[in-house]
Design a protein around this ligand. Structure first.
Ligand code: GLU
Ligand code: MG
Length: 433
């Protein structure tokens, strides 16, 4: 790296933000200092009085060179960012580190079931109107259209070029359904790499927008009644030597025994795990019927109203299952950690509980849904946090320090929003995500 360019040592924290500090390339260190209470800062920047750390303690951030990306772009300084793990001063893992939590889940799946997850994240976001900008159309352009895609050029090409340069393997760029809404997808990778990619995709899109003097937001909603910005996570199972094992052509739903158990575990623990995958006060305005997001604890074949959408592949290796109840207010490392632990639980108990929705769940009676074991997902963040608190299995997924820190931070976040209307809450999240 050039001597005087800044390298940002980044920490993808519990709040869903990437925080950290920069050093000049010539002083690129093996570690830098960090503050435990960072993990208690809400997405809006406040620190609750009851956080477990207060002013005490020190941490070290250890750069992971395999998560170091550099993008040189004209008109701005290099985007040079390395994701880090947080450790205690004696080198022991920090209990509240999301990357350590994900490593723990990955190890559990490998040690207990000799399996690995590959994951690919799709991100939707909204480019906010900018009347002063010549490339900002005055009225929404047709969804998915070439017109809408071209109207945003050269922003889209710059995003894709930057992602290629960062090695994040962009796959699709499209103008999505909502006004000003876009989607970027990147290729599958091992779980840690996939979560790293998700953190970096968001920051690279924001950085390209900054250079184009445009504002983008990954907030789950930009209007309480409008189209949602989802994060969809495609998951597939593989043996330790890379053989895909999600699909079995003899199964009526096309799923292997391991996949049935893994995804049964996810469905069983959905009420608890959305506390980590859809963790904002407005996430639950998006997770409502008829939005093609997810409203029920159910799976379905090629079904965009199901929380788990089974996506058949053209080849056995292409089969995967898409988790649709996530958004970009979540830390991607926690999202995958929670999903993998829930899946592992299904494998531990050899569950076989997947009963696929026969069609649109909104067209089904309450009795028909109940017969499939499908219930409404939590309808608010407090409900999801309570569901996590009541799930004795899910509470064992994470270090007690991470749980204490996370719950306190989320309660502070909810307190900050008390008394605001839905529209005001949405506006707050749009500003910071
Ligand atoms: N925007 C929808 C969501 O909130 C997803 C639409 C799609 O299927 O891509 O999740
Ligand atoms: Mg989409």
């Amino acid at each position: 790296m050039p001597d005087d360019d800044l390298v940002f040592l980044a920490y993808a924290d519990l709040s869903g933000h990437v925080r950290g500090r920069a050093v000049p390339g010539r002083r690129y260190p093996t570690t830098v200092g960090w503050v435990p209470a960072d993990q208690s800062i809400t997405p809006f920047g406040s620190l609750g009085d009851m956080n477990p750390f207060g002013p005490l303690g020190d941490l070290r951030l250890i750069p992971d060179e395999s998560a170091h990306v550099r993008v040189d772009r004209p008109g701005t300084s290099a985007f040079d960012v390395v994701l880090c793990d947080a450790v205690e001063p004696d080198g022991q893992p920090f209990g509240a580190c999301p990357r350590a939590a994900l490593r723990g889940a990955i190890d559990r799946l490998a040690e207990q079931h000799r399996l690995e997850v590959k994951a690919a994240f799709e991100h939707e976001f909204t480019m906010l109107p900018s009347p002063s900008s010549p490339d900002s159309p005055s009225a929404p352009l047709p969804a998915f259209s070439l017109q809408a895609q071209r109207a945003a050029e050269p922003f889209g090409s710059d995003v894709v070029r930057a992602l290629v340069a960062a090695g994040l393997e962009p796959e699709n760029w499209l103008a999505e359904f909502g006004p000003g809404q876009f989607e970027i997808t990147v290729g599958p990778a091992g779980a840690l790499r996939a979560a790293d990619r998700a953190s970096l995709v968001r920051e690279i899109v924001r950085d390209v927008a900054r250079v184009h003097q445009r504002s983008v937001t990954f907030s789950p909603l930009v209007d309480p009644d409008g189209v949602g910005n989802g994060v969809h996570v495609h998951l597939s199972l593989h043996t330790g030597n890379g053989k895909p094992v999600t699909h079995d052509r003899h199964d009526p739903d096309g799923l292997s025994r391991q996949a049935r158990a893994f995804f049964s575990g996810i469905v069983r623990h959905l009420p608890a795990l959305v506390a980590f995958t859809a963790p904002s006060a407005i996430s639950y305005l998006r997770l409502t019927p008829h939005r093609w997001s997810a409203a029920f604890t159910a799976a379905g074949l090629r079904n965009r109203e199901a929380t788990l959408r089974i996506c058949p592949g053209a080849t056995p290796a292409g089969w995967n299952v898409e988790f649709r109840a996530a958004d970009a207010t979540a830390c991607p490392h926690l999202v995958l950690a929670a999903l993998i632990h829930a899946g592992c639980q299904g494998l531990d108990e050899n569950l076989d509980e997947l009963r696929l929705l026969p069609g649109d769940p909104n067209a089904m009676s309450a009795e028909a849904l109940a017969a499939l074991g499908a219930a409404r997902l939590p309808t608010s963040l407090p409900e999801a946090l309570d569901a996590f608190g009541e799930d004795n299995v899910a509470r064992r997924w994470f270090d007690p320090l991470l749980i204490e820190t996370y719950l306190e931070m989320k309660h502070t976040e909810l307190t900050e929003l008390a008394g605001l209307s839905d529209a005001e809450r949405v506006a707050r999240y749009c500003e910071v995500f």
